[in-house]
Design a protein around this ligand. Structure first.
Ligand SMILES: Nc1ncnc2c1ncn2[C@@H]1O[C@H](COP(=O)(O)OP(=O)(O)OP(=O)(O)O)[C@@H](O)[C@H]1O
Ligand SMILES: [Mg+2]
Length: 347
């Protein structure tokens, strides 16, 4: 079966006019999102993530280039066209955006309030959606009495009332604690699998990408610097920024305080090695240690499963005489697929 791109960006640029002059926020963005996928866009604050995702449903318009939803060019739609589009492409946000004066059931029904849909039919749909997100007992409650996680569930139910084909999530879990985040991510996965909704998530957290996304794009300073299958991108990161994200997920970081507390001997070399499914590290470490007569202490190790495959690493201290250390380091570097980095300059 051939795969359909449900969303595509062609050479999209976006510039905001500000008092300080022009601010180019998206530069030459090309992107294809396949129907039925959970697609992640990861980047640090200010990278342009919200601007990018808002171009998908026409909340922002590109300065040049085009954004397509199937065969529709989003940036050429009329106001009416955009309203229709937004019932097919709905959105949830970090801050939930619920109406405090309305009950949960009324909040969920809000997007269809002015459509000619009977009361009974609306009520049935609201019930069905509240049950789907596990909040059947909250229909008559008000948003203020709900936790953050529950509010986001309501927002999800509201986003589904028009049976959308695409759900856009702009930092939907960033205001939530880790456990609540997990439960919201589970719901997004379920919607994708059960209802075949294409989900686009924007985040600065690797956890979100790891847990639910199949494909990812790394956005840095308004440019997509890497894109592809999540495991492929993060097991062989090419760009510095992607490597930084991998480091956050594998927890292979040594703080200055920790480094000092370790009290390592004079002349040691502190090395971070990272590896993936195809290249494991253990035999290499003991081999190098024997061959070059260096002592290797393993200070920190971590391993992650991404889409069922390994990404992991170690922080080691290599100790011995200077030439031996250098030779051991060189040999470690010869191992294809294993990334080796000296990190003595701990910040
Ligand atoms: N309406 C606007 N007018 C002017 N500048 C804007 C506007 N919206 C966004 N920007 C600028 O665009 C840049 C990218 O903003 P954007 O909100 O897309 O980033 P982001 O990756 O979503 O960041 P965050 O993680 O903090 O949400 C920022 O420098 C921001 O100041
Ligand atoms: Mg944002």
């Amino acid at each position: 079966m051939s795969k359909t791109d449900i969303i595509s960006f062609e050479n999209v640029n976006k510039t905001f006019e500000t008092d300080e002059g022009q601010n180019e926020v998206l530069s030459g963005v090309n992107l294809k999102i396949e129907q039925g996928k959970i697609f992640g866009i990861i980047g640090y604050s200010g990278a342009g993530k919200s601007t990018l995702i808002r171009c998908i449903n026409g909340l922002e318009l590109p300065t040049s280039g085009s954004v397509k939803y199937l065969d529709t060019v989003v940036n050429e739609l009329s106001e009416k066209g955009l309203i229709d589009l937004r019932s097919e492409i709905s959105m949830i946000f970090q801050q939930f955006n619920l109406m405090p004066q309305r009950t949960i059931a009324e909040n969920v029904a809000l997007p269809i309030k002015y459509k000619k849909i009977g009361k009974k039919q609306t009520a049935a749909k609201v019930d069905e959606l509240l049950s789907l997100v596990g909040l059947s007992d909250k229909a008559d409650a008000y948003p203020n009495s709900l936790s953050g996680g529950q509010k986001q569930r309501v927002a999800i139910a509201r986003a589904l009332i028009n049976d959308p084909k695409v759900l856009l999530c702009d930092e939907a879990t960033s205001a939530l604690d880790p456990e609540t985040t997990d439960s919201i991510l589970e719901i997004l996965k379920e919607l994708n699998q059960k209802l075949n909704i294409t989900v686009v998530v924007v985040t600065h957290e690797m956890k979100v990408i790891e847990q639910i996304c199949e494909d990812v794009a790394v956005l840095h300073n308004g440019r997509i610097v890497e894109t592809g299958n999540v495991y492929d991108v993060f097991s062989h990161p090419k760009e510095e920024i992607t490597k930084r994200f991998v480091k956050t997920t594998t927890n292979l970081n040594v703080s200055k305080g920790l480094y000092q507390a370790l009290g390592l001997p004079e002349g040691h070399r502190l090395i971070r090695v990272t590896y993936n499914n195809e290249n494991t590290i253990d035999p290499v470490i003991s081999l190098v240690s024997r061959k070059y007569n260096v002592d290797i202490s393993i200070l920190l190790g971590d391993i992650k499963l991404i889409q069922g495959k390994l990404i992991g690493g170690l922080i080691i201290s290599v100790e011995g005489n200077e030439d031996d250390i250098e030779n051991a380091y060189k040999e470690l570097k010869l191992n294809i697929g294993i990334e080796v980095e000296v990190i003595n300059d701990v910040e």
